[in-house]
Design a protein around this ligand. Structure first.
Ligand SMILES: Nc1nc2c(c(=O)[nH]1)N[C@H]1C(S)=C(S)[C@@H](COP(=O)(O)OP(=O)(O)OC[C@H]3O[C@@H](n4cnc5c(=O)[nH]c(N)nc54)[C@H](O)[C@@H]3O)O[C@H]1N2
Ligand SMILES: Nc1nc2c(c(=O)[nH]1)N[C@H]1C(S)=C(S)[C@@H](COP(=O)(O)OP(=O)(O)OC[C@H]3O[C@@H](n4cnc5c(=O)[nH]c(N)nc54)[C@H](O)[C@@H]3O)O[C@H]1N2
Ligand SMILES: [Mo]
Length: 636
């Protein structure tokens, strides 16, 4: 039976075994896989429903009325490709190749179907994204301290005692990681603003106020240092800038930290003592670093593992294989203009983008400040092509819509940003649409391009990537996955050590040591928009129909506004307003409200991104800052 890989933008990258019989797909977990072994998450178990969904696009569409009206006519692939190619040529002739932008993300994480279309756009020297939407600030911060964001192999957890989820809701977002920790009897702690399902299943929960993680981490470091709990030999040998850092935290008052973070001094001391004694490993979440304070917070947290003598005592990203061959940046003849992903609307407003090619992404659900983005799209003359499996919000705003197939319908491989396995994905059946690489070849051909790299088959690309990384195709075929061995490695910083003090940081205009800054919006309540259990960003809303659109609010904040559980409310700020139902809950602290992220606007009439800010984390690579949104709420 064929092997599949769940290609969603998710830590786990599950290896699966699929079957297509009597016109029906079934899937189950590949029992041999050491991390994702044997079971699927609630979303993965429903994949056949997604595959067989009625709403799958079957024919290309061409817009016949105003943008966003949803009026399209069906057309043939030949005509659709011709329309796209004619417009692409015309745009490049009139406005230059940089006025073309390919907008893609991790809707499908297959090595080929994530990257192969980029070959065409590199060949054409178009603008590219900077990919700042997800985990950028934390990446930059970890690079400052360790020279890399790649931390511990999660299979090493079996030799550990304590795992701290810092700003991460692993029970929903990394279920196999959570179960791995449980299986290995690790103690689990969670640091979060919200009492999440992960917090509820943890041995300890540290409920912290938004943006104060930097203070908490610095105070933990202070206690560890001042109570002599740190690994002196390790620090002496491997840390750069320890003495200066020690002096820096000396002045920190635990009273002040306690007041700002909402944690007691006992909490801080117990965290420090327990973490040092058990040499904890910290899994740093992607979610919480998407705020204006995110970069400095991760920089402060990154210091803790080194104090307890871990070479790489954090988990953030995993890079096992080099997949760049699939993308083919070597096809460019000049360096790419990079467009900050979160600032798409601004670049459209400025008239810098005239042609937008979207695949593997649904920016009209997932990008912040949707009112601005939609207005920019409607008012500009940008030509939009979307390649997707469904008629998403982005597709609705497009000039041409091309039907995509799913990973069940083609060959690919995928690595994971969490564990060290590369998995094989074999075609199981074919229903509708064309793959990302097939469409690329059609476009290249219609453009009259002769370069052979644009016509390589999926299998050729995959075999080449395996070869370049020294991995065996036969082993992959036999088990459905291969482990990528870890090579001994050092920190990739200028000093070759773990840098508590980093010149790179100072050169970016930041203070040498992580600094606590208070951010304030124009409205009184902080809006968090984290991930939801049954969706992957916007995906599955239309196929599984399970979303939670309620606004979670603390009973005290609700009472002040005369709001009761179940009341209809309006949530508003400078960017927009939405209507929903209030749910009173002590899981969210005072001053914080919560809406789950990025559902389908066309199904709900709104989503959280009509409120979120499109600012970026300064000095941390233009990372998104969704959580730095402030709102108010009133009963309607
Ligand atoms: N089920 C499911 N799984 C997913 C996804 C999904 O949409 N659904 N999305 C995938 C993607 S794209 C990503 S990037 C990952 C994200 O994975 P996670 O990082 O686990 O997810 P989030 O829910 O975005 O954020 C985690 C937590 O950060 C907390 N938080 C917010 N602000 C602060 C703060 O100032 N301090 C602290 N300490 N905590 C704070 C939120 O309350 C939230 O519980 O998950 C992936 N997996
Ligand atoms: N408010 C708020 N918004 C957020 C976040 C948040 O925390 N809060 N998190 C942000 C984060 S971390 C991320 S990573 C982004 C993700 O945002 P997006 O990149 O927009 O991700 P998805 O919503 O998963 O959309 C992926 C799209 O790809 C399509 N797709 C799937 N497979 C294929 C394929 O094989 N071919 C083609 N052509 N299309 C395919 C799917 O149908 C879907 O429409 O969202 C961000 N948005
Ligand atoms: Mo993400």
């Amino acid at each position: 039976m064929p092997f599949s890989v769940c290609m969603r933008d998710c830590y786990d990258t599950c290896s699966m075994i699929s079957e297509f019989k009597d016109g029906k797909l079934t899937v189950r977990g590949n029992p041999r896989h050491p991390v994702t072994a044997g079971f699927l998450c609630p979303k993965g178990a429903l994949l056949p429903k997604w595959f067989h969904a009625k709403g799958r696009l079957k024919k290309p569409l061409i817009r016949t009325d105003e943008r966003g009206s949803g009026e399209f006519r069906e057309t043939s692939w030949e005509e659709a490709i011709k329309v796209v190619v004619d417009k692409l040529r015309e745009t490049i002739e009139e406005h230059g190749s940089e006025s073309v932008l390919v907008y893609q993300y991790a809707g499908d994480r297959g090595a080929v179907n994530y990257a192969f279309p980029l070959r065409l756009f590199h060949y054409l020297n178009t603008s590219m994204l900077d990919y700042g939407i997800c985990d950028r600030a934390g990446h930059e911060a970890l690079k400052d301290v360790y020279g890399t964001a790649v931390g511990m192999d999660p299979e090493e957890l079996k030799n550990q005692r304590l795992l701290v989820y810092w700003g991460m809701n692993a029970f929903w977002t990394n279920l196999h990681g959570f179960m791995l920790a449980k299986k290995n009897n690790l103690e689990i702690w969670t640091v979060d603003v919200v009492r999440t399902e992960t917090a509820k299943r943890s041995d300890r929960f540290f409920q912290i106020r938004p943006d104060t993680d930097v203070l908490f981490a610095l105070s933990v470091a202070k206690v560890i240092i001042e109570e002599n709990l740190y690994d002196k030999a390790f620090v002496r040998e491997n840390v750069y800038g320890f003495e200066e850092f020690k002096n820096y935290v000396k002045t920190l008052s635990l009273d002040y930290v306690s007041k700002e973070t909402g944690l007691s001094i006992e909490d801080i001391e117990e965290f420090a003592r327990g973490y040092a004694e058990k040499r904890g490993v910290i899994h740093i979440g992607y979610g919480f670093q998407r705020s204006l304070a995110g970069g400095e917070a991760v920089r402060a947290i990154a210091i803790l593992p080194a104090l307890v003598g871990h070479r790489f005592g954090f988990i953030y990203d995993m890079k096992t294989i080099d997949k760049s061959y699939a993308e083919g940046a070597f096809l460019r003849s000049k360096p790419a203009k990079r467009i900050p992903q979160v600032k798409l609307a601004e670049y459209i407003e400025r008239g810098e983008i005239k042609f937008l090619y979207v695949y593997n992404s649904n920016p009209l659900a997932s990008l912040p400040n949707q009112n601005r983005l939609r207005k920019a799209l409607v008012e500009s003359d940008v030509f939009v092509v979307t390649h997707d499996i469904f008629l998403t919000d982005t597709a609705l705003y497009s000039d041409v819509v091309l039907p995509a197939n799913t990973f069940f319908e083609r060959l690919d491989i995928a690595d994971s940003y969490y564990h060290r396995y590369v998995a094989l994905n074999e075609p199981v059946a074919r229903l509708h649409g064309k793959s990302n690489s097939e469409v690329t070849r059609l476009l290249a051909k219609a453009l009259g391009i002769e370069n052979p790299y644009l016509y390589e088959s999926d299998e050729e690309v995959i075999r080449k990537i395996l070869e370049l990384n020294g991995l065996s195709w036969d082993e992959l075929k036999e088990k459905g996955f291969v482990r990528v061995p870890e090579k001994p490695r050092k920190w990739e910083t200028p000093s070759g050590k773990i840098e508590f003090y980093s010149q790179r940081v100072v050169e970016r205009g930041l203070s040498p040591f992580p600094e606590y800054r208070k951010f304030k919006g124009k409205y009184p309540l902080r809006l968090l928009t984290p991930t939801y259990r049954m969706t992957i960003t916007s995906q599955y809303h239309n196929t599984y129909g399970m979303v939670d659109p309620n606004l979670y609010i603390n009973p005290a904040d609700a009472e002040e506004r005369g709001i009761q559980d179940g009341d209809a409310v309006e949530v508003f700020n400078e960017n927009g307003r939405i209507r929903t139902v209030a749910k009173l809950s002590d899981d969210v602290p005072r001053g914080v409200v919560l809406l789950y992220k990025a559902f389908w606007v066309k199904l709900l009439g709104w989503n959280a991104n009509f409120l979120t800010i499109d600012e970026t984390v300064q000095n941390y690579g233009n990372g998104s800052a969704y959580h730095s949104t402030w709102v108010d709420v009133r009963k309607v």
